[in-house]
Design a binder for this molecule. Structure first.
Ligand code: PRP
Length: 183
């Protein structure tokens, strides 16, 4: 898909589902959660590119305890609109996680298959602990039994864009979460 017209680009943003102010409130809650949980421990915030890059950038600035930042890039293989659960690591973390409490910072849990694979992979590396903070949760679509330790917003089964989430790589830079529609 190529969107060359601004009018067409804007028309496809059907509605705002989560506003910038609501996201800011959510970030504060997530920051407080991490600060309370990990006071005095070595933390590594791990984010999976690309979707979680905006959430990670804002969330890490709400964290007031010492923490380090790490990125992974995984490729999920899709069957139609769902991930197949086949995940390969395109770019791995640049350090051993054995001495860290890991907090996986995710943008959205949909079927849960990508995160499940990722948690299995990271768990095998024996971190001190493993915790998941997600911005969005779409429980209606879940195919594996998986729940984040902290989920900021539960959303219905709609195609969402913005704040890191894309449609064909567009819309990641929107400052809010919107619903996408071609109609
Ligand atoms: C999205 C999102 C999650 C995953 C959720 O990533 O960032 O990692 O899908 O789907 P699931 O729960 O059904 O497995 P995507 O593969 O679209 O890549 P992106 O982060 O680069 O946009």
């Amino acid at each position: 898909m190529r969107l060359d017209s601004v009018k067409e680009y804007e028309r496809r943003i059907k509605s705002i589902i989560i506003t910038e102010d609501e996201i800011k409130d959510g970030l504060k809650r997530a920051g407080e959660y991490i600060n309370a949980l990990y006071d005095g421990n070595p933390i590594l915030l791990v984010s999976v590119l690309k979707g979680a890059f905006v959430f990670m950038a804002d969330l890490c600035r709400e964290v007031t305890v010492p923490c380090e930042i790490g990125f992974m890039c995984v490729k999920s293989y899709f069957e139609g609109t769902s991930s197949s659960g086949e995940v390969s690591v395109v770019m791995d973390l640049d350090r051993d996680v054995k001495d860290y409490h890991l907090v996986v910072v995710e943008d959205i849990i949909d079927t849960g298959r990508t995160l499940k694979k990722l948690l299995d992979m990271l768990g095998d590396r024996k971190p001190l602990s493993l915790n998941v903070v997600t911005l969005l949760d779409k429980p209606d679509r879940r195919l594996v039994d998986l729940k984040a330790d902290l989920s900021l917003f539960t959303i219905p089964d709609k195609f969402v864009i913005g704040y890191g989430l894309d449609c064909a790589e567009y819309y990641r830079n929107l400052p809010y979460i919107g619903e996408y529609s071609e109609i």
